[in-house]
Design a protein around this ligand. Sequence first.
Ligand code: ATP
Ligand code: MG
Length: 419
Amino acid sequence: MSQMPMHIEKSFAKDAKATSHKWMIRGGLLVQNAAGIYTMGPVLTKAHEKLVGLINRELNKTGAVEVNLPVAQPREAWDASGRWEKYQKSGTTFVLQSRHGAEYALSPTAEEMAVQFIQSMVKSPKNLPVTIYQHGPKFRDELRPRGGLLRGREFYMMDAYSFAPDMPNLDKNYAAMREAFINIADALKLKYEIVQADSGDMGGRVSEEFMAMTEAGEDTIIVSDKGAANIEVANQVDLGPNAERRKASEVGHIFKLGSFYSDKMGLSFNMNSIASAVQMGCYGIGTSRMLAAVVEQNHDDKGILWPSSITPFDIHVIQINNSEEVAAAVARIEKNLESNGLDVLIDDRDQRAGGKFKDADILGIPYQLVVGDRVREGMLEVIDRKSGAKHEVSMDDLLARYPLKNVEAERGFNMDFDR
Ligand code: ATP
Ligand code: MG
């Protein structure tokens, strides 16, 4: 922590209202640069990386592959899909201009770029279906950015695009992505509902949203034992007399776009000498909003409580003083735990212990390991952040649980057959 630019405040900022926003600002996880535009500090960046890793593992299982589509997207592609006019009217798209007067949309999503990529790379319907995905910043000039990462004007999204030769294959793509989204939400232990939704400006008709349950959310959903719907479509969906209203935040959205983009942009193949449009699906997870939703659902009056699946660090070592014995023990623990694949945060700042404990509670790493003078007798203390339960553990026990391995030998795969 002595190497991290990170300032933890003693109290909440006045302007932050949503709980996740309050803790993120106070804990030095987030800094505002402009309305709806933020810098994620090192701790939040780690949590975001963990979330991205979790998402990628689930998407890769479906056979989806990662790519990088451009953020600066040429207007011509947006004219072709018909979205340029529409998005200019609604005022959500940021536009860049080149020195030669060419215009570019700063990506609010990337359907056009995905279609162009597939046009270049897939020359036969035999090579379908395929699904591509990417992670990156998205830009929308929201009327009312709010709640820190809950609604930004620059935010992070995982966006995926599936391309199928026909409707049955689109249905399969959609089902596989839906299941991946469920696995991701379940790994986060998220409280959520999957609701029927309006497709807005995206095109296509069938869509479902993944709604994280939180009072800080801007969406209202209707839930009953018959299913769930966004209130925007609730009058078309019969959910019976026991339907209830709840507040939620949309963390994911999956769409069957059909041939909406393919027709306009000419993505079709000849099948039995009939031109047949590619059937497209698109799937988004707002990863920065997801971090905020996770904190909305996981905190107490002392700070954040990161779920183990995306905690920025696994263990927070609280170094009580800078004596030689304590510093040596901390170095040994760090080497040992890290070589076993654990992410370790060490509070080695020149500060009093009381403040370090308070800060550790705000940062919300699931386990705190206290290294103080008792380490002379080989003893440490582990604190469970959530329950507050404390356990004495011997240095030997801790290292036996995570034995020091030869990291180099563990790494990778050796093609040097003579060795
Ligand atoms: P909202 O209704 O909240 O404005 P949207 O329906 O316009 O969102 P989509 O186009 O479906 O958003 O984008 C996919 C995902 O990106 C959303 O499900 C959400 O998680 C995330 N997202 C959209 N807008 C924002 C934003 N301004 N800030 C943070 N995340 C966002
Ligand atoms: Mg949406």
